[in-house]
Design a protein around this ligand. Structure first.
Ligand code: PLP
Length: 367
């Protein structure tokens, strides 16, 4: 194959706003303890896998999948206590973030979100020709709901994105916040509840009151199926039908559809895992809270954010990996997250290992 030539002509046709954005990528070196992507530390239960593989084997692979089998929609509706007509399934909730923004944003329209938050919102807003307005969190990464509303009203925001618990801070929205944003702005309010099973309130009961609310859920975190890519949007049925127009057809494959149904059947076992992770989070936070030179922020999610005071975060990140085989997420490049690392919650052994490693690295003095 010939080496690629000069890229200038092709690049000249890419929107400047897109070229100015950083790509959403992640390099994850193989390591013993992978605590960098807020995944479940446990593979799916073997019976669940067997059921999915059996369903996949008996499905005709030359046929397109159903958009969403009615039986699965009915089960999802029961699980999330909403109507099946208002449930839209996607290839991960990321696809539904994109579809929601794609069907709402005209060129120049404004999206407001707290900052720091999941970086995909900014990237997709920009790719779709919208303008992104980040609103800083208050002290200790608590939501500044007044400032969010003020900004949304001032900028006539088309969309407000609220991720709760928020990635990467772990912050949960205070009670009544979503109601206020709905009442005091005219925006579509997208509540990304990717981590809600681990703590904090849910906006699901508000769906019945407002057609300007979209709630996003994923099977990647609490249900442990990140590799199979399944997420859903819950909204007023009329709005869900419009969001569906922004999605590519047939994007949830037969294996994933079978896995989603199986995960709902295995809910009690998966719920027990969530309870274990919440306990492990408490165990990690308790140990880190007693360490000098480090702040651990309150988290309602399956990760915690820490800030280092006496050691460069990047050095600690490297030494956790190189000397202890622990991969966490170095989020310290963002101004509001200077000196911060994000640690996903794993098994008890993972938590003891990361707490022990941090104890020894921080006790060793400046690196
Ligand atoms: C806030 C938030 N929303 C959505 C996602 C992506 O979820 P999915 O795997 O369903 O696309 C993530 C993944 O890390 C996330 O942190």
């Amino acid at each position: 194959m010939n080496a690629p030539g000069d890229a200038a002509e092709g690049l000249a046709l890419i929107k400047p706003a897109v070229r100015a954005q950083a790509a959403y990528t992640l390099s994850a070196p193989a390591t013993r303890r992978k605590l960098n992507q807020n995944e479940s530390p446990w593979d799916a239960p073997p019976e669940l896998k067997r059921e999915v593989l059996a369903a996949a084997e008996s499905a005709p692979w030359q046929r397109y999948p159903e958009f969403a089998p009615p039986a699965l929609l009915a089960e999802l509706a029961r699980h999330y206590r909403w109507t099946a007509e208002g449930v839209l399934v996607g290839n991960g909730s990321n696809e539904l973030i994109e579809a929601t923004l794609a069907v709402t944003l005209e060129a120049g329209d404004v999206v407001v979100a707290p900052s720091p938050t999941f970086s995909l919102y900014r990237l997709l807003t920009t790719v779709l020709g919208g303008r992104y307005f980040p609103v800083p969190f208050g002290p200790e990464f608590t939501y500044d709901v007044d400032a969010l509303i003020e900004t949304a009203v001032r900028e006539r925001a088309r969309v407000v994105v609220l991720n709760s618990p928020n990635n990467p801070t772990g912050s949960a929205l205070p009670a009544g916040a979503v109601e206020r944003v709905l009442e005091e702005t005219g925006a579509l309010v997208v509540c990304d509840e990717a981590y809600q099973e681990f703590g904090g309130p849910t906006a699901l009961p508000l769906l019945v009151h407002s057609s300007r609310l979209v709630v996003l859920r994923t099977f990647s975190k609490a249900l442990g199926l990140a590799g199979l890519r399944f997420g859903l949007a819950l909204a007023h049925p009329a709005v869900a039908r419009e969001i569906a127009k922004g999605k590519l057809p047939y994007n949830v494959n037969v294996v994933t559809l079978a896995a989603a149904a199986a995960a709902l059947r295995h809910q009690p076992a998966l719920d027990a895992r969530v309870r274990q992770l919440v306990a492990n989070r408490g165990r990690l936070v308790a140990r880190l809270a007693s360490l000098p030179g480090l702040t651990v922020y309150p988290s309602a999610a399956n990760f915690v954010l820490i800030r280092l005071h006496a050691h460069p975060a990047h050095d600690i990140f490297r030494r956790l990996l190189d000397e202890h085989g622990i991969l966490v997420r170095d989020v310290s490049a963002a101004a509001e997250l200077a000196q911060c690392l994000r640690i996903s919650i794993g098994t008890e052994e993972d938590m003891d290992a990361v707490a022990g490693a941090l104890e020894s690295l921080l006790a060793a003095g400046s690196v």
